[in-house]
Ligand binder design. Structure first.
Ligand code: GLN
Length: 536
């Protein structure tokens, strides 16, 4: 039977619950346990697929095509988990399931209520994910005290009763602010937030205290006394430079030892050497490389979370520190390419939706192609790279995607789903992992070192096969294609040091212990460019 660890957050949001949950998962795996990490989000959207990146940050896509919270990206990077739909539930999805059951008549004429119907549905979702693992970690989104989180907190309270105290553990992440004027750390917000939890029947077992300064012993003792936890269970969660240091920091604080002790699990030896090695390479790079990312939501870095991590990880794979230069595509439209791009070693145009900044992105691609700067186009970036090539090399000056110009005479990208005439927003995209066959001798095949790969998609528009021959004649190589030959997945330019666009999102699959080959090779090529520039 699985053990359950519930992680809640108090005082303020953005304390890093996702990283905390991931780090706990990482530590338990390092001790040989099979874990699963699940996120329960209290908002009413059925999934975050239709939310703006400004609101919610990146939408993380799973192998099975679920559009989920970006914390699932952390879970996958910190552990060996391959998430699926069941790893992320929102209140909206829970309510929808209950309402559908009610319409089907499943409740036999009864009154449908938050307790027990909603809470039962939540408990079922939690138990389902715990089926094949030793420990299931459940992160509750939001902050304790929010109206919306109540059904979730009530459900986990009940679960402790159902599963027994020995099999459940509550970890609460809280803030211990430092008041500069008086040089003091303050415990009151933590006390209040634990009180809030107690009022709904949850006594936390472990407190993770986010602080700028290490908590002295007397401070830990005070928190322990007021919050009714053991002193050893008051853990300092100090700010660290890199998120990947958090598991190591928690290990030093003895967090994994305490978790195993409280859950009555065997104290297997901890094997973290690979992780330590990654962190040490991350902290001691041999040199650096600068990558320009031309996007639309650059002021809000969370909207490109996995992309950023994939670049950092790709850097570590080359013993390099990656400096990210975030460039607003509209600034290129206003100020021209060279003012924005002359100081970068590689250029990346990431995925995106909507018209704003399209011209700036195309300008950046022309610049990368002509100046032979390594270029990586992802999803929208690949589409625009193909359109740029059609316009400026293949003589189709009006080439476009029907996403941006419905009536274009040369629709290089078009919406296959138009045929289905499905205009609902959620759920009409190509989502999740699809197989891709790589062409022998291509940049892609050399990077992956294999012929067939699975990569994750999230888009509506597809390459129009009517233009395949023309583009190939003009020197664009189609190097990745679906096994049925229907979908073009990767394009490259032959006469260029490194120019590759892929229709899928490789950033979702890059992990510290398993860096994605395309990012690794893009960074390598960008560094080569940097060295050549400085040598000549
Ligand atoms: N807007 C494009 C499409 O829907 C690209 C999507 C993306 O970059 N994820 O096809």
């Amino acid at each position: 039977m699985a053990k359950y660890i519930f992680i809640t957050g108090g005082v303020v949001s953005s304390l890093g619950k996702g990283i905390a949950a991931s780090s706990v998962g990482c530590l338990l795996e390092s001790r040989g346990f099979k874990v699963s990490i699940q996120k329960l989000d209290p908002y009413i959207n059925v999934d975050p697929g239709t939310m703006s990146p400004f609101q919610h940050g990146e939408v993380f896509v799973t192998e099975d095509g679920a559009e989920t919270d970006l914390d699932l990206g952390h879970y996958e990077r910190f552990t060996s988990q391959i998430s699926s739909k069941g790893n992320n539930y929102t209140a909206g999805r829970i309510y929808l399931q209950v309402i559908e059951k009610e319409r089907r008549g499943d409740y036999l004429g009864g009154t449908v209520q938050v307790v027990p119907h909603i809470t039962n549905e939540i408990k079922e979702a939690i138990k389902e994910k715990a089926k094949d693992v030793d420990v299931s970690i459940i992160e509750i989104g939001g902050t304790v005290g929010d109206i919306e989180s109540l059904p979730f907190l009530e459900a986990i309270r009940q679960l402790q009763l159902d599963e027994g105290q020995a099999n459940t553990l509550f970890i609460h992440l809280t803030l211990v602010p430092y008041i500069r004027a008086s040089h003091e750390l303050k415990t009151k917000p933590t006390q209040h937030s634990v009180k809030e939890l107690l009022s709904i029947g949850i006594q936390p077992d472990i407190l993770l205290c986010r602080t700028e300064h290490p908590l002295p012993m007397d401070m830990k003792a005070k928190i322990a006394l007021f919050c009714n936890v053991k002193e050893e269970a008051v853990i300092t969660a100090r700010d660290v430079e890199h998120v990947y240091e958090v598991p190591l920091y928690f290990a030093d604080e003895g967090l994994d030892y305490i978790i195993l002790k409280y859950l009555g699990l065997p104290l297997n030896e901890r094997k973290l050497d690979k992780w330590e090695n990654f962190v040490s390479k991350l902290k001691h790079p041999e040199d650096s490389v600068r990558i320009g990312i031309v996007g639309k939501y650059i002021k809000y870095e969370d909207s490109y979370k996995s992309l950023k991590e994939a670049l950092v990880i790709g850097g570590v794979a080359n013993n390099l520190m990656v400096e990210l230069k975030w460039i607003e595509a509209e600034d290129i439209e206003k100020e021209g390419t060279s003012s924005q791009l002359s100081d970068v070693d590689g250029i990346l145009v990431p995925g995106g939706f909507g018209e704003r900044g399209i011209d700036g992105k195309v300008m950046a691609i022309t610049y990368a192609r002509e100046k032979k700067i390594p270029f990586f186009g992802i999803c929208l970036g690949m589409q625009l790279a193909t359109i740029e090539y059609a316009r400026n090399v293949s003589g189709l000056s009006d080439a476009h995607s029907t996403e941006f110009e419905k009536e274009t005479k040369n629709p290089i990208f078009y919406k296959l789903r138009d045929l289905l005439q499905d205009e609902t927003y959620g759920g009409n995209m190509r989502l999740g992992a699809y197989e891709c066959v790589l062409k022998e001798g291509s940049l892609a095949e050399k990077a992956y070192g294999m012929k067939r790969v699975f990569e994750r998609h999230r888009h509506r528009y597809e390459f129009n096969p009517a233009y395949k021959d023309l583009l190939e004649q003009k020197g664009m190589a189609i190097t990745g294609i679906s096994p049925d030959n229907k979908f073009v997945e990767i394009v490259e330019i032959k006469d260029h040091p490194w120019f590759l666009g892929c229709q899928f999102h490789p950033e979702f699959k890059s992990k510290p212990l398993n860096p994605h080959p395309l990012f690794r090779e893009f960074i390598k090529a960008s560094y080569r460019n940097r060295m050549e520039k400085s040598n000549g």
